[in-house]
Each structure stands twice: as structure tokens, then as C-alpha cells.
Write a protein that binds this ligand. Structure first.
Ligand code: MEV
Length: 429
């Protein structure tokens, strides 16, 4: 910390003071944070909010969300409240298989490598038996191994593709350890097999894939079109059609799809962070999934048929509720507690509902009042904090703007007016 402050900060003393002020009072908790990563110099706080009233598969949840962006939690809560009286969210896990690869090159006769693979396939799995014992006891383990020929796309390139069930853990370390163990056995077998020939097999790398197209969850909401609107400005039909068009635009226009999906990830990442999961892995998987047809598209879908409005999401979510940070980070434990200690499948269903809710709120606002109205209202406090407003000033200005969605400049003007009027009041007293 001293080195960092001395070498990189304009005001080292102030920097050290600031970093120290973000340290936890409990030295044991701080030690944990120090040890999560390397070269820890402080903690970095994010607010933890909750979105109540999520009815998912007839069960009521309050969803914890760790996020810095104003209006995301409000949007989720608003959607949840909207759908609670319309049947709630219906969510189910399609499958939870994870996947990993041993990427290798082989310059010999293709038949030889396929023959070798057929001979040693079961032994490859057995080679990991010590590593997989506990997981097998929990009902998981290695599901299958396949040899995939990729030589049409890259010269001499093949893969051993391994499928895993990792139960309630995300399983990244488990998968990578299994792959590395298998890879050793594979290499030894190849060396023995091709000992006296010029044929060469090289393992390039062994690693899980964060694209998990078979670790998939589906979540939907549906109601009669006539029950969609609860305001006077639009008819239900008009709203339903406009909403569907907004989704259709995100299906054919990558510029819009990127922002559309960003909004979905607002809801997803916040729960993933709160529950100690890997949001980069989920982001990567979702964006690959969004481009699986060769063009980046919306992750949500909308249909209007026989008077029924249906809106759904189907995404890959590789999540864990054991292992990783789950037992180590006290706030993660709190978040899982708020959710009623879900297993990985339940968490997948909850996270998908949060993403769908977020997208519903965004599209509902965009296709009716516009996004800024709600957003600026929520953002007002951030602007006032930037301006250094006191609690009394915040209260007055929040009251002034309670019925409107002020632009940044309007808030600044109102703040300056308030300041100068109270200054001149003090001066005249
Ligand atoms: C802002 O963080 C997210 C939105 O832009 C999403 C969207 O446009 O659908 C509101």
C-alpha cells in the first residue's frame, strides 16, 4: 500500500487514508478479502439491493442484487410486481451439462487416432477416478468423452470433448483438473502407440469451455393481452404489438441487440455477483449464445398468439451454490440465505427470471414513456451527491423533482439556485 501510494498517487497520505478507511474492522474478514486475490490494497464496495415480489414457479423470492447502476433494482422490482398478479415467472432448467476440451494436434493417419481413442476411451475416464470420486458420490462426474475432428478448419487440429455434471458447483477447477489428468493419460497412450513412427501428437491445452450450450435455463411470463396494460396512455393491444416489435428489432439489428442484451445482463450480473458466481463466465456464454446463428441477436423472445402475450428467455447459465466464494464471502452467504439456500438449478431459474424481468422493464419503459423518465428520477441522488448537496438540499430537490424526470442541467441549475438563495438568506440575516 505504501509503495503504491508513494509511486503512483498524487497525495500518498490521503490515498493511504482512503484505502485504510475501506478495510473491514474485523481483521479475520479482512484477511479473507486479502486472500481472495493477489496484491490486495483495499476493498471495493458495491451496493447490495433487493428486489422483492418475484413469484417464480409459485414461490415468492426477494432477489439480492449487487450493482452500481441506479434504476436496475427498481426496474426488477417493478417487473416482479407487475407479473406477480399475472401468474409470475415460470422457469425450468433444460440441462446442466458442462463442457471442456483437450485441444491437440495430430499429424498422422486419421484412422489411427480414432482407433486409439476407441481403445482408451474408458481408461481416459478411469484415469480421473480419484478426482471424480466425491463428485460421483454426489451424482455427478464425467458423462462422456468424444473425439472431434477439426482438421477441416485448422490443419492437424482435433479435440477430446468432455461433458461433465458438476451438481451444485460451477465446477471450473474440477473440470480443469480432470482435463489435465486425462490429457496426461492421453499423451502417454499416444507416445506408447506411435513410439516407432514419425507421427506426432501434441496437446496444446486442456481447459473448460465457458460456452455451455447444454447448461441451459428457460424462463417465461405470459398473460392475456387484455391484461397487459395498467395505464391510460396505450391500449393493451398497442402495447403488446409495440413491445413485440422492440424484441423483433433486437433479433435483426445487432446495434439494438447489444443494448437490449446489456439490459438483460444488468439483471443477471447483479444476482450472479451477489451470489458469488463468475459474471465474466456467464457474460461470455450468453454473448456466444446470442450469436450462435452467426449474427448477434436478442436473448429474449416474444410471441402474441390467440390473445396471449408470451415473453421468454433461454440462456446458458453455469452457476454454483457450493464451492468458490459461496462459503467464504459473508455477503454471498447472506445473499444465498435471502434466496432460501437454493441449489444450482434453483439459482439458474432465479437468475433467468431476473434477466427477463429487467428486459421487460426496459422494453416497457422504452416503448411507452421512454427510459429517461424513470432513470433520471433514480439517478437524481447520484447527481446531487456529485454536486456535494447536503441532506437538507437533497430532500428539497427530491421533492421539487418528485413528479418529473429532470435532465442533468436542470438539476444543476436548481441546485445552484437553491445554494445561492440559502447563501443570500444567511448573508441577509
Ligand atoms: C441501461 O443500462 C439498459 C438499457 O439501455 C437496456 C435497453 O435499452 O433495453 C435500458
Amino acid at each position: 500500500m505504501e509503495w503504491l501510494a508513494k509511486v503512483h498517487l498524487n497525495n500518498p497520505e490521503k490515498g493511504i487514508q482512503l484505502m485504510n478507511s475501506y478495510m473491514h474492522d474485523d481483521i479475520n474478514i479482512q484477511k479473507r478479502h486479502d486472500e481472495f486475490i493477489e496484491n490486495t490494497v483495499a476493498n471495493y464496495f458495491l451496493p447490495l439491493g433487493v428486489a422483492p415480489n418475484f413469484l417464480i414457479n409459485e414461490e415468492l423470492y426477494t432477489i439480492p442484487m449487487a450493482i452500481e447502476e441506479s434504476s436496475v433494482v427498481a426496474a426488477a422490482s417493478k417487473s416482479a410486481k407487475f407479473w406477480i398478479s399475472r401468474g409470475g415467472f415460470k422457469s425450468h432448467v433444460i440441462s446442466s451439462k458442462k463442457i471442456g476440451h483437450i485441444h491437440f494436434t495430430f499429424d498422422g493417419d486419421q484412422k489411427e487416432i480414432f482407433d486409439l481413442f476407441t481403445t482408451i476411451k474408458n481408461d481416459l475416464i478411469s484415469a480421473t477416478s480419484v478426482l471424480t470420486k466425491n463428485m460421483r458420490n454426489r451424482g455427478g462426474g464425467i458423462l462422456d468423452v468424444d473425439l472431434i475432428d477439426k482438421t477441416n478448419e485448422l490443419i492437424h487440429y482435433y479435440q477430446l470433448e468432455v461433458k461433465f455434471e458438476t451438481c451444485d458447483s460451477m465446477g471450473a477447477n474440477f473440470i480443469n483438473s480432470c482435463l489435465e489428468e486425462m490429457s496426461k493419460y492421453f499423451l502417454e497412450s499416444a507416445e506408447n502407440q506411435f513410439d516407432n513412427s514419425n507421427t506426432k501428437l501434441d496437446v496444446i491445452m486442456s481447459i473448460l469451455s465457458n460456452y455451455t450450450p447444454e447448461c441451459l435455463v428457460h424462463c417465461e411470463v405470459a398473460c392475456p393481452v387484455s391484461e397487459l396494460i395498467d395505464g391510460p396512455d396505450f391500449s393493451s393491444e398497442e402495447f403488446a404489438n409495440k413491445f413485440k416489435l422492440a424484441v423483433d428489432i433486437a433479433k435483426i439489428e445487432p446495434y439494438r441487440a447489444t443494448t437490449h442484451n446489456k439490459g438483460i445482463m444488468n439483471g443477471i450480473d447483479a444476482v450472479i455477483l451477489a451470489t458469488g458466481n463468475d459474471f465474466r463466465a456467464v457474460e461470455a456464454a450468453c454473448h456466444t449464445h446470442a450469436s450462435r446463428d452467426g449474427q448477434y441477436k436478442s436473448l429474449t423472445h416474444c410471441d402474441i398468439k390467440d390473445g396471449i402475450f408470451k415473453f421468454w428467455i433461454e440462456i446458458p447459465l453455469s452457476l454454483g451454490t457450493v464451492g468458490g466464494l459461496t462459503k467464504l464471502h459473508p455477503m454471498v452467504q447472506l445473499s444465498l440465505d435471502i434466496l432460501g439456500s437454493p441449489d444450482a438449478h434453483q439459482l439458474m431459474k432465479i437468475v433467468a427470471a431476473s434477466g427477463l424481468a429487467q428486459n421487460f422493464a426496459a422494453l416497457r419503459a422504452l416503448t411507452t414513456s421512454g427510459i429517461q423518465k424513470g432513470h433520471m428520477k433514480m439517478h437524481l441522488l447520484n447527481i446531487l451527491n456529485q454536486l456535494g448537496a447536503s441532506d437538507v438540499e437533497k430532500e428539497i430537490l427530491q421533492r421539487i423533482f418528485s413528479k418529473s424526470a429532470p435532465h442533468h442541467a436542470e438539476v444543476v441549475n436548481a441546485f445552484n439556485d437553491l445554494r445561492s438563495s440559502s447563501k443570500s438568506k444567511i448573508e441577509s440575516e
